[in-house]
Each structure stands twice: as C-alpha cells, then as structure tokens.
Design a protein around this ligand. Structure first.
Ligand SMILES: Nc1ncnc2c1ncn2[C@@H]1O[C@H](COP(=O)(O)OP(=O)(O)OP(=O)(O)O)[C@@H](O)[C@H]1O
Length: 682
C-alpha cells in the first residue's frame, strides 16, 4: 500500500510563474492529487482570504439589493433573526451559569432564604424564557428562511431563464455561457455571510463571558486557563490537515482503474444494444475480473478519506487532549487544593469553553465553504450580464398583407464559424437571389455549406463578410424577433421536448398552443396522427418525462412500491421516422398561421420511408402559397423537379443555379449528383 502513498513538491515551471504557489503532488491509491501548498505561513487565522470579501463588495451589494428587492419584509426579518442568534448563545450561557451558581449557593446554604429563593426563581424564569423564546425564533426563522429562499430561488431562476433564452446562438456557444450556477446557492452564499457576521458577534460576546468567568470565578487559574481554552483553536488552524479545506485537484491515473471504470460504463443502456449484439458479456466480465485482480491491493476510495488514513493517530489524540485542557488543568488544581474549585464552577467553565469552540468551528466551516459558494454568485451575475455578440436591429419587419413571401439576396457572403478549427471557410464568396414566393432547393455534397446558408438567412449567425438582404434591406437592420415571427423551420436537429405531445405540436404556434383542432390538423399534415393515436394517452403522452421519482433504500424490495415506481416517469421510445413526423407536426402547426412568410426545411426526412417522405414534401409544397420556401436535401426526386430555383453547392460556394432541367442540360455538378442517384434505379 505504501507504494501508492507518496508526496512530492512541484515547482512552477518558468521564471515568470515564480511568484505563483508551488503545488504539492500526492499519490493516494489510484489518485494523483495536486494541492496548492500555501507556504507563506503554516499558521493562518481562519483560512478565509479576507480580501475576497472586500474585492467582491460590489457583487455582494448587488446580490443583497436583489434579494432585498424581492421581499424587503422577509429580508429584514431574516436579518433580525440572525441578530437574535448572535446574542442567543452568550445570553443562554449567561443565564445557565447564573442559574448554576444560584443552585450551588442554595445547596450550600441548605435552608430557606427568601432573597436567594427569589433570585433563583428569577434565574429559572429567565433561563426558561430564553429557551422558549429561542425555540419560537428558531421556528419563525426556519419558516421565514424557507419561504424567502423559495421566493428568491424562483425569481433568480426566472431571471436566469430569461437571460438564457435571450442569448444568441454564437454567444451561447461560448464557454462563458456554460458557467455553472444555482440560484439557491446564490441565496445561500448571501445568507452565509450573515451567518458569519452572527458567529463573529456571538464569538466576541462569548469570549467576553469567558473572560468574566475566568476573572471572577477562577482568578487564580486565569491566565493558564485562557491559554488552554484557546490552544485547540490555534492548533487546529496550524495543523489544518483536512483535505476538504485545501485547494486541490484529483485525477485517477491508474490504468487498471480507468479501464475498470470504462468497462463498468459499458453496462450502461447507451451501449446495451452493441454489447448484446456483439455478445460481449463474457469478454467484459473476464476483463473486469482481470483489472479487479490487478487493483486488489490499491486503494481507490474517496481521496479525502485516503488522505486522513495516510496520517497518524497522534494529532487526533493530541487535539482531544487539548480540548479537555481547561478542565484537566482545573482538575489538577482541585487535586492540589480542593477548596479552591467547585464542581459548579468547573461545569460553567466547561460549558462556556465548549460553546465558544463550537462557535469558532462553525465560523471556520462557513469561511471554508464560502469562497466556493461565492463562485456561484459570480457565475450567476456573469451569466445575467453576458452580452449578445449579435446586435439586434431597430427596424420592425411586417410584410404587407397578401405578400408573396420574403425576398432574399445573398451578396458576396463569406462565413466561418466562430472558433472553427478548419482553415477552410464554411462559405466563400456566395451570391444568389431568391424572389418572394419561390420554392428553392439547395443541394450539394456533405459539408458543402447548405445548412450554413440557412443559418445566415435566419440570422443564427452574421456573415463574416458580404451582405444578406431581406426585402432589399440588410438583415441586421431588422429586429430579430420580428424576422423569427414570420419564419418556420424544420431541421434534422429538431427534437421532441419533455412535454406532452399536444404541447410539443402546439408550441409551434404559441398563441394557439392549446387549440386541439389545429394541433390535430398539424399532426395529420405531418402524418403523425396514427403514431399519436397508438399511445394510450394519445396527445397527453409525454415521451421523455422529466425524471424526479426515486425509490428510498428501504423501499427496495417492497413489491407494491416497486411496481408504482416502475410506472412513474417511464420514457417511451419511438422510431426515428415516427419522431420526424412528430417534429414535423410542430412546423405544420406554425405554418397554419398566416403570419409565416418564410419556411426553411433542412433534410427532415432521413428516417422516413419513401411514402412518408413523398407525403411530407407534398404537404410542405402545398402549404407554400404566400411563402418563400427553401429546402436542403440530398434526395432529388420529390423536390427538385418542382423547384423554381436550385442552388448546387460544392466546397462552400454555389457552383450552379437554375431549374432542374436547366441544370441537367448543363451537365455539371448537379447532373453528376442526380445521375449517381438515378443509376441506382436503372
Ligand atoms: N457549428 C459549427 N462549427 C464549426 N464548423 C461547422 C459548424 N457547423 C458546420 N461547420 C462546418 O462548416 C462546413 C459547412 O457545413 P454545413 O453544415 O453547412 O454543410 P452541409 O452542406 O449542410 O452538410 P450536410 O449535407 O452533411 O448536412 C463544414 O465544413 C462543417 O464542418
């Protein structure tokens, strides 16, 4: 085992990085752990980089302003309850100590003494009232905080949703748009700062109480006792030997372990069909056994546990002894001079010191966790503030009533995808024009730029150079939402949403999303009605429900519960062709609206049978009145013969334009592609 536990120091590689912290590399079983070793001081008062608070003041202020504006009343209620919590511990300690002292006096006097009895009664009432009031505040605060957290969570989530929905395609592909955040963590982080304030106040008040106790009750043992009380706190910081409180990165580097993980992954349903088809079960089991044997002596558990196991028991023993330091010391004093110390005094000291240590430990815990929670707040606001790369235009787009469709012109357009790794432009100096109401078909080999043209025409991206004109005006001048409101699209990338089938279709035209007549009509046009009617729940079927059900550990084995669980949120598979018909229904739903003036269809029929494909294209063609339609397809038969214009593409440029007959006569790229397909039928 020792072979798998070692440590070495990694220095930053270059001079320029000298000021950066060196890393400690530690091998723990199958893991390689890199730890940021802060050598500046081995002793750190609670290891919060205090600067982190000051540098984030604007962010925190914004956060507090936001949660305050959501409900000022709940906000202040939360602050007040935190204030109460700050004084609750010292106050209850004070009352407890006072009660203990009075009990001791009363026991020692052993007879009725009116003024002492009255004091004792008052102390009992004070202690009881403090406990009862605390319970009440706790109950109120839990309710307030839960309610407030829910409200804040909902509002912040809504803002995030809004920001995500408003993001354009290019910006949403940036790493910045994939930052992880959780509105609940945003709230928790801000509350944590209040918790920290509360713990600090509480700590100071308790410290004051302890000093008072040591001053009055244990004057002789004072200085040593104070030192002993604080020794564990100081030592804990010096020997902060928990991995979780350090900045580290871990990675499994043992080849057998990685292989074991990969083999386990192969049992996942994603690979099921191939594993079954290839009869791989025995092979996988044998391989698993082999890597398991190789791994039998190498620990592969949780790194934090392995880290703890790799140290000796001495620190634990030492800390435990330190914790008992004050009591042990006063015990020794009592041994030497029994009259100097009473049991009650000992109990008071023990109680106060323990509570103080607990407060300190809790503050330390907050301080350790807080920076990671702060990251969530930062990410949340970075996502809210993320600016779209594509500028929206100012001009409204409203085609005249009875317009034939949208007219389009592409002038010397070149385009490369942002961040593309290829040297070649996706489009290179492309020019063509489409009249309003024309049916256009774009053909060409894979990767020739057909889909890219559609993405520019629907303003998913802006051209790198050149211009796209819509009804004679640059596309960038129009308001994007207006252009989208007159466009319907159907592409191979469209999917089924985790909603009911009726909503999946209805959402094509949000204003009629619940109009069942239109939904049925759209499903009929796309040839999806039979598919839907086959489901027991028809249009209410949810093919891929959101998964929330889980069976408790003790529920496993309970047949009735297991049966119920099986029924919940079951996914239903449909064939590729059926899925395409369902998705196409959404586009037909959209096209039922007169507002749609531009339709783009990008290879939506790859999984459809020939009959289905013919019907789909026929229905789409029949819906073309008053619309410009552009199809991208690899299949020539059903569409190209009807096209007013065919654009034939190759290597990112339009190499030929014309009608089917013109291009066949031309005997160029189009004729070549057409003949390759036609040969299969001759
Ligand atoms: N998101 C993207 N990022 C980077 N490059 C892309 C992206 N999408 C497409 N490309 C590249 O742009 C070029 C044109 O792709 P496009 O999808 O327009 O081809 P296509 O003619 O529609 O192909 P297919 O017939 O296979 O659908 C290809 O070289 C492709 O690799």
């Amino acid at each position: 085992m020792l072979n798998f536990l070692w440590t070495r120091r990694i220095m930053p590689p270059t001079d320029a990085q000298k000021e950066r912290t060196p890393l400690l590399e530690r091998r723990l079983g199958v893991w390689r752990v890199l730890i940021a070793a802060d050598e500046s001081s081995s002793f750190r008062l609670p290891n919060l980089q205090w600067g982190i608070i000051s540098t984030h003041i604007p962010l925190l202020t914004r956060g507090y302003k936001d949660i305050h504006s959501i409900s000022p009343m709940l906000f202040w209620l939360m602050v007040v309850t935190h204030l109460w919590y700050a004084i609750e511990d010292p106050l209850s300690l004070y009352f407890s100590n006072r009660l203990l002292l009075l009990i001791q006096r009363s026991v020692l006097q052993g007879k009725v003494h009116t003024s002492l009895d009255r004091d004792l009664c008052m102390a009992i009432i004070a202690r009881a009232s403090c406990s009862a009031f605390s319970g009440f505040v706790q109950w109120t605060s839990n309710n307030v905080q839960d309610q407030y957290c829910m409200l804040v969570n909902y509002r912040l989530q809504e803002r995030l949703l809004r920001a995500n929905l408003a993001r354009d395609l290019e910006t949403s592909q940036d790493n910045e748009a994939h930052l992880t955040t959780d509105p609940e963590l945003v709230f928790r982080c801000l509350v944590r700062l209040l918790d920290l304030g509360k713990e600090i106040i509480s700590f100071l008040l308790q410290l004051r109480l302890l000093l008072h106790l040591l001053g009055s009750e244990f004057a002789s043992a004072g200085p040593v006792s104070i030192l002993l009380c604080f020794l564990p706190l100081l030592l804990e910081n010096m020997w902060d030997n928990q991995l979780w409180s350090k900045a580290y990165v871990k990675q499994a580097i043992n080849g057998d372990y990685l292989r074991q993980e990969a083999l386990t992954l192969l049992t996942d349903h994603t690979y099921k069909a191939e594993v079954m088809g290839g009869n791989l079960s025995s092979y996988l089991l044998e391989e698993y056994q082999r890597v398991h044997d190789a791994l039998s002596h190498i620990p592969n558990g949780d790194v934090e546990t392995l880290w703890r196991r790799s140290t000796t028991a001495l620190p634990n023993m030492f800390f435990n002894l330190c914790n008992d330091g004050p009591v042990l010391y006063i015990g020794l004093l009592a041994l030497m001079n029994p009259s100097q110390v009473s049991v009650v005094q000992l109990a008071m000291l023990e109680q106060t010191a323990t509570r103080l240590r607990y407060t300190f430990a809790f503050a330390r815990h907050i301080i350790t966790l807080w920076p990671s929670e702060l990251a969530s707040v930062k990410n949340f606001y970075r996502l809210l503030d993320l600016k779209n790369k594509m500028k929206d235009g100012c001009m409204p787009y409203s085609p005249a009533a009875g317009a034939l469709g949208v007219s389009l012109e592409v002038r010397n357009v070149s385009f490369n995808y942002p961040g593309a790794k290829s040297e070649r432009d996706a489009l290179k100096d492309v020019s063509f024009s489409i009249k309003a109401g024309q049916l256009v078909v774009i053909v060409g080999a894979n990767g020739s730029g057909k889909s890219t043209i559609l993405k520019l025409l629907t303003r998913c991206y802006d051209a790198t150079s050149g211009t796209v004109l819509v009804d004679g005006n640059p596309i960038e001048d129009y308001q994007i939402a207006d252009l989208r409101s007159v466009t319907a699209s159907l592409t191979q990338e469209h999917t089924i949403f985790p909603l009911s089938l009726s909503e999946n279709i209805g959402i094509g035209s949000p204003s009629s999303a619940t109009n069942l007549d239109k939904i049925t009509q759209a499903a009929k046009l796309a040839g999806a009605q039979d598919v839907i009617e086959n489901f027991t729940n028809g249009y209410d079927t949810v093919l891929e429900p959101v998964k929330t059900a889980s069976l408790s550990y003790t529920g496993r084995g309970n047949e009735v519960l297991e049966k119920e669980y099986e029924k919940m949120e079951k996914s239903t598979n449909v064939s590729g062709g059926e899925k395409q018909r369902l998705v196409a229904s959404r586009t037909f739903m959209r096209m039922l609206s007169e507002d749609i003036k531009f339709v783009i269809v990008d290879e939506p029929s790859s999984a459809l049978d020939p009959g289905g494909e013919y019907e789909l294209f026929k229905q789409l063609r029949e819906a073309r009145k008053g619309r410009t339609m552009i199809f991208v397809t690899h299949r020539f038969g059903h569409l190209t013969k009807f096209a007013d214009l065919i654009l034939c593409m190759k290597g990112g440029t339009v190499v030929e334009t014309g009608t089917h007959q013109e291009l066949l006569n031309h005997q160029g790229e189009y004729a070549h592609l057409y003949n390759v397909q036609a040969q299969a039928f001759t």
